[in-house]
Design a protein around this ligand. Structure first.
Ligand SMILES: C[S@@+](CC[C@H](N)C(=O)[O-])C[C@H]1O[C@@H](n2cnc3c(N)ncnc32)[C@H](O)[C@@H]1O
Length: 216
């Protein structure tokens, strides 16, 4: 992905003084910043089941998954201030041991990372749709980015993508086909609904679900 084109709006990555303070004093084993990130292997053990959620928003799905699967290790990447700080507070309050967070741009983090085959699953749930024609270049799920995610998956690893934007779903399908990645696809609501899936349903948009499994 072109380094100068961001897939998020700058406003979402601005932090209040209070939250900056909270996160600068955060537990260094739980909370990381893009500036200090070097490699996923420094944060996770490759032999474990590791799950990455990209753009976790308010953190509802990420936190619930971590709480329900204590033998699995979860890592969330976000730029959004209140999602990061609220999820960090919940981890500390409930002493959850299997969830870590990175504050930063996933495209930059993948560029910095050197290791392959780390994750058993990667979620990209309702990425920003950038619906206007002039903004489509800001969409995260470009071919090069998907290839980067593929390299992070272990054998039989899964990439789960969901969107409520039909035109984005079409672009994702084209990109997956051009890369040569097979996928299962369906339309329909999920049992667990993230904040953005709930908004989509309220606004009567369809939900498009992709599941890509890396061949053994
Ligand atoms: C539309 S929201 C969806 C949030 C959540 N997944 C949900 O379904 O409710 C997209 C999220 O992705 C985050 N995001 C966008 N680009 C990102 C990037 N390059 N790195 C990390 N997070 C990103 C945004 O800050 C935002 O919180």
């Amino acid at each position: 992905m072109n380094k100068t084109i961001k897939s998020f709006s700058k406003a979402r990555s601005r932090f209040s003084v209070q939250n900056k303070r909270l996160l600068s004093a955060a537990d260094k084993n739980i909370f990381y910043q893009e500036e200090n990130f070097k490699d996923f292997k420094n944060l996770l053990k490759v032999e474990e089941k590791n799950i990455l959620e990209i753009g976790f928003g308010d953190g509802k799905h990420l936190y619930q998954q971590a709480e329900l699967n204590l033998d699995v290790f979860f890592l969330g990447v976000e730029v959004f201030e209140s999602g990061l700080t609220n999820t960090y507070r919940r981890i500390i309050k409930n002493e959850l041991k299997n969830l870590k967070l990175i504050q930063g741009d996933i495209a930059e983090i993948i560029n910095l990372n050197k290791s392959l085959e780390i994750f058993t699953k990667i979620y990209v749930l309702f990425p920003d749709p950038w619906p206007k024609s002039k903004h489509k270049k800001r969409r995260l799920l470009k071919k090069q980015f998907i290839l980067g995610l593929k390299n992070l998956l272990k054998e039989n690893g899964k990439l789960i993508i969901k969107t409520d934007w039909e035109d984005y779903a079409e672009e994702i399908k084209t990109n997956l086909n051009e890369i040569g990645l097979e996928f299962k696809f369906n339309e329909g609501e999920n049992f667990f609904k993230t904040k953005y899936e709930e908004i989509a349903i309220k606004e009567k948009r369809k939900i498009f679900n992709f599941e890509i499994t890396l061949d053994a």
